[in-house]
Every structure is written in structure tokens, then in C-alpha cells.
Design a protein around this ligand. Structure first.
Ligand code: FUB
Length: 327
């Protein structure tokens, strides 16, 4: 397998996207989506992202080869799911590894499921049903120092977040709030101690500017679109996410895991391809951004490749903007 190099595809034998990176058992584990090479429909609903399984990748450190542990979970083995295994995440608690993943249920509604394994590499055994009360896409689970686990999720357009504005699924609702109203925020829910259920109703996270005003729906350079990730640095929680239509990774900070988060700036400038999706992880004394682009397929939106690069903080805790194609 390939030796990892910054800003180069982590693997080239398959298309990968949406990398959620974690340090488990002293090694780096990456949980990506597994993009398929197909000629099916391509639209704003995301039908081109027709993924059917997950593979787990790992490396002992940033100088050792990347290992593909093979199929960790397949759509055929998930009783409640019908299609589209999108961006997953993983967590460790109770001596078990948990894989959280979105998929369409048998009514075509995106839900979030969970599967477990004694090994970070899988294979993962799915629960029979999706997490009750879950909806939309892009779960990211943050386990705090006090062992409380929070799931962040939600995505616009194909991710269906607009359809949940009343609290129930409205199939015909395709529009978000007007441009001069607060943007839809990602959702957060505390997980049960066994990590299989929501302990509470998901709450909407508020993202505000320096003056405390909500980021507006029309502010496409700053408003939430999809792909949330939360990490902690110097006692602040950092919520980072994709801005979708403006193709940036941006972030806000908060003193509380549930926000509100004050917008700070851009982490990653636009990459080749429409989507941008990431995770942030500390390994030894450095921090890393895992992200994807479409360079391996010369720009085909649904044939992406996972990459990593070092992420640096300024002395005041802000994150230095990364321009991935500049030396
Ligand atoms: O991979 C499918 C979808 O594309 C993800 O769920 C989004 O975050 C975007 O990367």
C-alpha cells in the first residue's frame, strides 16, 4: 500500500471521500466513504453518491504504509437501509468501537445508524434499526473529557435538512429560510451511555458572528451546509464544517459543545470538485486536517480521494488557513 504524503491521495486503488480520522490504539484510523465508479444520474440531490460499503484505512504513523482493512460494513447487511452509505464517523467507548453512518431508509429518508466492533478496523455489526429520532446526514461524534458523547449531524440539499424545519419530515419542503433570516444550523444530540440512542431530542446549533448576530442563510461564505466536525483545543470547542455552495471549510469556537459557536474563519480554501468534507485530529504533538478532493479522477465529483495535511494554530488559537495546492 501507498506511503502517505501530505496533500496526495492516501490510497489510489479505490475512490474515497469524507474522511473521519481518529487515533485508536496508538495508530491513525481513517473512516472514509467509498465512492463508486459509475455513470448513473448526477444532480443536486446527490444521486451520484451511490455508495454501498465502507472500508477502514489505518497507518501506524505518517511514515508508514496505509492499510486497507477491506469491507467493514455493506448495505446488504443493514436491515433498515436502502441506499447511499454517506459520510461516516467512528468513536470508542465501553471497550467497543462504534461506526456511525447515514443512509436512506426504505422510504428514501436519510437516517443515521450505528454498528459496533471490538476492533477499530471492523468488521462492524449494524443495529437492526436506525437511531430513533435521527435524520439527515454526516454524523460526527465527539467524546468529551467527561466521557459524554455528542453527535453532530445535518446537511442541506441531498442531505434533506430543509425538510425537517417543522420537526417532522416534509417531503415537499426544498427551501431553507429566506436569505435575510438565520441559516439552518447543524444538529447536536447527547448520546446514551451505550452510544446506541439519543439521550435527548436533537438541538439546533446556533452559529453567530463577532457581534453575536446569527449567521444568515444568504451568507453562503459562512453559513452551515454539511459535514460538521468538533474538536477541542485549549479548552475551546471548535465546530468546523463545509459551506457547500462556496466550497470552503470554515469554523467557529465555543466554550460549550452545544454552542453557540462564534464564527472565526476559513480552514481550507476550495478544492478540486464540488464537495469538501474533513476531520481534524491530533497525533503525537501535531494536528492534522484530513479532507478530500477529486484530483484522482481529474475532477469527477463522485470519484474523490482522501488526503491529509498538517493544521497549524496561531498563538491566539485561530487556525491558519490552508491552501492545499500551494507549496
Ligand atoms: O459523500 C456524500 C456526501 O458528500 C457527504 O455526506 C457530504 O458531506 C459530501 O461530502
Amino acid at each position: 500500500m501507498n506511503d502517505p504524503k501530505p496533500n496526495q491521495p492516501l490510497v489510489t486503488h479505490m475512490y474515497t471521500a469524507d474522511p473521519s480520522a481518529h487515533v485508536f490504539e496508538g495508530e491513525i484510523y481513517v473512516y472514509p466513504s467509498h465512492d463508486l465508479d459509475h455513470n448513473g444520474p448526477d444532480n443536486d440531490n446527490g444521486d451520484q453518491y451511490a455508495m454501498e460499503d465502507y472500508h477502514v484505512l489505518s497507518m501506524r504513523n505518517f511514515d508508514s504504509p496505509v492499510v486497507d482493512h477491506g469491507e467493514a460494513l455493506h448495505l446488504r447487511d443493514i436491515p433498515w437501509a436502502s441506499a447511499q452509505l454517506w459520510a461516516p464517523d467512528a468513536a470508542y467507548k465501553n471497550n467497543l468501537y462504534y461506526l456511525f453512518f447515514p443512509a436512506r431508509d426504505h422510504d428514501g429518508i436519510f437516517r443515521i445508524g450505528v454498528a459496533t466492533s471490538p476492533s477499530p478496523a471492523g468488521p462492524f455489526k449494524p443495529e437492526i434499526d436506525y437511531i430513533k429520532g435521527s435524520y439527515s446526514i454526516d454524523p460526527a461524534v465527539f467524546v468529551d473529557e467527561d466521557e459524554q458523547a455528542y453527535m453532530y449531524f445535518g446537511g442541506l440539499w441531498g442531505g434533506q435538512l430543509e425538510k425537517w424545519q417543522t420537526g417532522t419530515f416534509e417531503a415537499s419542503q426544498t427551501e431553507g429560510p429566506p436569505a435575510d433570516k438565520p441559516a439552518l444550523g447543524p444538529r447536536v444530540a447527547l448520546l446514551s451511555d451505550d452510544m446506541l440512542l439519543f439521550k435527548e431530542e436533537p438541538q439546533e446549533i446556533s452559529i453567530i458572528d463577532e457581534e453575536g448576530n446569527p449567521i444568515l442563510a444568504g451568507d453562503e461564505n459562512r453559513r452551515y451546509f454539511e459535514g460538521p466536525w468538533v474538536h477541542k483545543y485549549n479548552d475551546y470547542y471548535y465546530l468546523s464544517y463545509s459551506t457547500g455552495t462556496t466550497h470552503k471549510l470554515v469554523y467557529g469556537i465555543s466554550r460549550s459543545p452545544q454552542g453557540p459557536y462564534t464564527f472565526q474563519g476559513t480552514i481550507l480554501t476550495p478544492v478540486i470538485g464540488w464537495t469538501t468534507h474533513h476531520s481534524i485530529v491530533q497525533f503525537e504533538d501535531k494536528w492534522y486536517l484530513f479532507y478530500h478532493d477529486c484530483s484522482l479522477s481529474d475532477g469527477v465529483n463522485h470519484k474523490r480521494c482522501v488526503k491529509y495535511t498538517e493544521l497549524k494554530y496561531n498563538a491566539d488559537g485561530t487556525i491558519q488557513t490552508i491552501q492545499p495546492y500551494q507549496e
